[in-house]
Structures are given as C-alpha cells and as structure tokens.
Design a protein around this ligand. Structure first.
Ligand code: ADP
Ligand code: ZN
Ligand code: MG
Length: 493
C-alpha cells in the first residue's frame, strides 16, 4: 500500500510593534530578564488591557496579503490554562471570531505553482519564557504580552519539502510586508506541525498528530521527514495511529509522545469581558490598503513580463525588494533592462557583499564579540544610480570592453566618480574608429603572411591568432568584434 502525507501548519509570528499588546512596555528582544514588565503584562489582579492599534492594523494587513476575508466583527477570548509562564492563568486570543479567515498563500515549489489555503490568522499574545537551571527554574516575562499572530493553514501540504517552501514563502511575505522581522534566532517565528498519513488517493483524513513548538524551518522539515516515515511504519506493521501530541528531539532526530487525545486540555474559552469586540470601519480599512505591498511572487512575475527578465534574475528581485526597486528606477534609462539586471545582480551585489565582509572583519578586529554590522544599504552607495546607467551605455555603445567596464565599476563603487571621468583619465575607451582599426589590421597582416595564408587555405583558427596580434598591438583597446569583421573582410578580398 502506498501512503501520502497530509500536513497543516500553525505558525506563530511576533508582530513588529514598538510596544506590547495590552500595555506600553517595549516589544524588544535581548534585554535583561523582567526589565520590560508592568502590572498588566505580569497579569496582576485588577488591571485592564488596552489593545495596541498597530497590532490590529498589522493583523488586518496580513489578512490582505494572504487574500483573507476580513469579517466585520472580531472578538478576543480567554483561553484558560495554568502554566508558570502565563501569570494570568489565561491567554487572550481570538477563538470564535478571528480578525481574518479563508485566505491562501501562493508559492513556487519544484517548478510548479502551489496554493495552501489559510484557515485563519488570528491575533493573540505571547507568553513568558521558562529557564531551567541545575537546582531551580527561572521565569522571564519580557516576552509576555508581545503581540502574536497565529496563522493556521488548511491541511494542503503534502511533503516535508513543501512545508519548508510554504514557510519560506510565508516568511518572505511577512518580512517584506513589514508585519514581522521573523528573526528565527530571536524566536520570532514558531510552528506547530500537524501531520497524518492516508492511502494515496484517499479523500479521508488520518489521525492528526501534532508536533509542538518547532523553532526553525529546517527543524520542521526534519521532524516531518522522520514523523511521516514513523507513521507509515506503524501502519505497515499492523499498528494503529491515534490523535496525539508529540515533541521533536533535535539531538536524536526523533519525535516522542507527550500526550494523547484523552489528555487534551479543555481551555474553557469565553469572551474577555475587559475587551470590546472589534468592528473595523471601512475608512479605517481603506487607510490600511496603502500599506499593502506588492507580493514577492507577483513582483517576480511582473518583472519577467514587463522587462523580459529570465526567471533566475526575477527570483533575486523577488527576495530583495530594495534591489528590485533600484532596478526598476533605472530600467527606463537603459536600452537593455536585462543588461542592467546583470550588472545589479552580478556586479553590484558582489561588491556589496565584499564591502560587507570587510566591515565585519573591521568590527571584529576592534571587538571580537561585536555583533556583525548590518549589510550596507543601497542608499549608502558612493555613486548615484544614474552613474550605473551611464556605465551601461558605455558598454552598449562599445566604448568599453566588458573587462574594462568591470574595472570602471570597481573604481566608481570605491570612489563615487563618474564612469566617463574614469574612462578618460585611465584611457580605457575602446578603439572603435574604423580607420584606426583598418590600419592596425593591415600592419598585422603584413607582419604575419603565414597565418594569413593558412586562413585563406581554410584553417579557420588562424583568424584568432591574427585577432590576438591586433589586440596586442592596440594594447587591448581595439574593439574585438570590429577587428574580427575587418580581418575577415581583408582576408577574403
Ligand atoms: P484543532 O481544532 O484540533 O486545533 P484544526 O482543525 O483547527 O484542529 O486544525 C489545526 C491544524 O491541523 C490546522 O493547520 C489543520 O490544517 C491541521 N489538520 C487538521 N486535521 C489534520 C489532519 N488529519 N492531518 C494533518 N493536519 C491536520
Ligand atoms: Zn507591560
Ligand atoms: Mg494558539
């Protein structure tokens, strides 16, 4: 019997707000424990939560980016449970009436377009963090009350690799959309993974097994690979699978059971009496639409269509909106957008990467523990964008050979000087003047009658030798294409 996997993901994402969800404490990572707390996020009795409007905006904006419905009414509920990192003994979340529902994420996977439906993306709050030491445990509430978006997919994913591709696409949308920085290292994205298997082609769902609290996409992929294999082995050996929750063990690369369905919590959800329902007004929603970005995949497809870019180039611009913007601002000023894309993707990016590694080395030379400086931005470039257009024109009209153009680019990147200025000063301009080239070719033909004769007798390779001699004579400045044409014409004559 052949089996197929059915996977649905619940992805928790910390929203990029300045303050927490219900209080004015900063939403910030990496501060000393319990320094970003107040009576509200510590869950002390008698305090009142006040919703963070920006968090609600980011939730609805996410709904728009994920093609969701935005219901006219949403509500916050209390989800009751006892755990040391939840001091209120309940988490505020949206249960029955989420702010967004019924959308989808579109992404490319193995050269095909896929759609994973989104059941809902609802707003809730993050909880504190427990630390376990040798003889005691500690709690840090800096994270308690940070706005958290839970994005629940339908079980539309069919493999570990597809889950990885979905998560990558989702993250790209959220980061570029300004919703979340999605910094995995800072725990800004966590995932609950639901997976079942069924006979291939069946339309019934198997017993759902949930792997809780994954904090890396590669971990999700590995856990799924293991778990799918395990479930198939259980069924093949005549066993049965029941709905349960498991834990991924990074070290052993296996999952182990935490609890079965019978032990599942009853959270006793009920509307939070401290919070009014949300009914976003049309004008308010309209004002949000201006913050909606073009989706990365839409941009990729548009750039391919509008400028004739190959998929590979457009893919680079899909994941780097700043680079794409740079490209699109200059594209009207050049004859061949594809050539501009090459310069940006191959040369500009390489120079920026080189500069970045120099900056990292410099920072570490003064302080080995210093955090790596961020990559240099396009705004910090020494040359103005139109200088790149100028350089490309010099290549297009054959003033510069491609190797000379590289040298000019390196110089303008380092100093910010104009390409024409550099070309003139260094005498890099290619010789394309026919009269000058004719003369050089005649000189070479006169000096090498042997190879000329060889070519006439049909030895095509002799042309390259003669061309090389002309290039040498011109100290590399002759336009090689024109030299080839002239030599051929003369030899045929
Ligand atoms: P619950 O109500 O138990 O939380 P939901 O129906 O809301 O379950 O689904 C939670 C997550 O589990 C969703 O991402 C959903 O796509 C996924 N899921 C549900 N049933 C299955 C199944 N049989 N196999 C794999 N994933 C599933
Ligand atoms: Zn607080
Ligand atoms: Mg939840």
């Amino acid at each position: 019997m052949e089996y197929e996997a059915v996977i649905g993901l619940e992805t928790h994402v910390q929203l990029k707000t300045r303050s927490k969800m219900w209080c004015a404490c900063p939403n910030r990572f990496g501060e000393p424990p319990n320094t970003l707390v107040c009576p509200i996020c510590l869950g002390l009795p008698g305090v009142l939560p006040v919703p963070n409007e920006e968090a609600i905006r980011l939730t609805l904006l996410t709904g728009m980016l994920l093609h969701c419905e935005l219901p006219p009414l949403a509500r916050f509920d209390r989800k009751s449970y006892f755990y040391p990192d939840v001091p209120k003994n309940y988490q505020i979340t949206q249960y029955e009436l989420p702010s967004t529902r019924n959308g989808y994420v579109e992404f490319e996977f193995q050269n095909q377009l896929h759609r994973v439906r989104i059941k809902r993306a609802h707003l809730e709050e993050d909880v504190g963090k427990s630390f376990h030491f040798e003889r005691h445990s500690g709690l840090d509430f800096n994270r308690a009350g940070v706005p958290l978006l839970e994005i629940v997919s339908e079980p539309d994913i069919t493999s570990a690799d597809m889950a990885y591709a979905y998560l990558t696409a989702l993250k790209e949308i959220l980061v570029q959309g300004g919703i979340s920085d999605c910094d995995m290292e800072k725990g800004m994205v966590r995932c609950d993974v639901n997976v079942s298997i069924r006979p291939k082609g069946s339309d019934r769902l198997g017993a759902k097994i949930e792997i809780k609290n994954m904090n890396s996409f590669s971990g999700v992929r590995r856990a799924l690979e293991y778990e799918i294999g395990r479930q198939i082995a259980v069924l093949q050996s005549g066993g049965t699978l029941t709905q349960s929750t498991r834990r991924w063990d990074e070290l052993t690369g296996t999952t182990e059971e935490m609890r079965s369905k019978e032990e599942a919590h009853d959270y006793r959800y009920f509307p939070d009496p401290d919070l009014l329902p949300l009914a976003p007004e049309p004008v308010w929603l309209e004002s949000l639409r201006s913050r909606r970005i073009e989706l990365p995949l839409d941009r990729k497809r548009r750039l391919m269509q509008q400028y004739g870019l190959p998929a590979q180039d457009a893919e680079v611009f899909k994941s780097d909106p700043a680079l794409a913007q740079y490209f699109e601002a200059l594209a009207p000023n050049v004859r061949t957008p594809k050539l501009l894309a090459n310069w940006i993707i191959n040369n500009l990016r390489a120079q920026l990467a080189e500069l970045h590694s120099q900056q990292i080395a410099a920072a570490q030379a003064t302080d080995p523990d210093a955090p790596a400086p961020p990559p240099p931005s396009l705004d910090s470039l020494r040359f103005p964008p139109d200088a790149l257009a100028e350089l490309i024109e010099l290549v297009e009209n054959r003033t510069l050979s491609s190797s000379a153009a590289q040298a000019v680019f390196a110089e303008m990147f380092a100093t910010g000087r104009r390409p024409r200025e550099i070309v003139e000063e260094k005498g890099l301009a290619q010789v394309s003047d026919p009269a000058q080239l004719e003369q050089l070719c005649e000189q070479v033909l006169a000096a090498h009658p042997g190879p000329a004769e060889d070519y006439r007798r049909g030895k095509a390779a002799a042309l390259n030798f003669l061309k090389g001699q002309v290039m040498k004579l011109s100290r590399g400045k002759a336009n090689p294409v024109l030299v080839g044409e002239i030599l051929e014409r003369k030899l045929r004559a």
